[in-house]
Design a binder for this molecule. Structure first.
Ligand code: NI
Length: 172
């Protein structure tokens, strides 16, 4: 495994549509292993292949909704598609490609994703709250969308710290 460098906002690679993964080979396994390591090292909750400069439809997401005493684990999604959404949430969102900045983004509260694993087997996975937000955020990356483009607005450090953005979200 190896760490890969994370592309930062301003790089055109973040605004391109990624191609589907068609070969479930050692190269894909290497990419996913590297993405897992890069995500953990960066202490993030999600990473998409274009963020490491690879224009293929693959993402990793940290599932943090685990029973008490259990460790969060990484979900690998190859060629992911959202197949169902429920509810809504408005909250601050960030991105490893946009370090230190957060914006208010509306997302579904529950999301079901259909994807393939690194061997090409299809499966479905559900995400709630932060995980649902992450699924949507990472799939956006595969379509060349960075959250700063869809945020209702960016937040200041003071707003983040004080939590005052919550009043605004509740007013909707
Ligand atoms: Ni991101």
């Amino acid at each position: 495994m190896a760490l890969r460098s994370i592309v930062l906002e301003g790089d055109s690679v973040l605004h391109k549509t990624c191609r589907p993964v068609t070969k479930f080979d050692d190269r894909l396994a290497q990419l996913l292993d590297d993405m897992r390591e890069t995500l953990s090292e960066a202490d993030g909750v999600g990473l998409a292949a274009p963020q490491v400069g690879v224009l293929r439809r693959a993402v990793v997401v940290l599932e943090t909704n685990v029973p008490e005493g259990e460790e969060p684990y990484i979900i690998e999604l190859v060629n992911p598609e959202v197949v169902a959404c429920e509810g809504g949430q408005e909250g601050p969102e960030g991105c490893l490609s946009v370090p230190g900045r957060f914006g208010l983004v509306r997302r579904p509260m529950d999301v079901t994703v259909r994807a393939q694993d690194r061997h090409g087997n299809e499966f479905e996975v559900k995400g709630h709250e932060l995980t649902a937000r992450c699924f949507c955020h990472e799939i956006d990356h595969l379509n060349g969308i960075v959250f700063t483009e869809i945020a209702s607005r960016m937040l200041t450090d003071e707003e983040l710290e004080s939590g005052s953005w919550q009043d605004e979200a509740e007013e909707e």
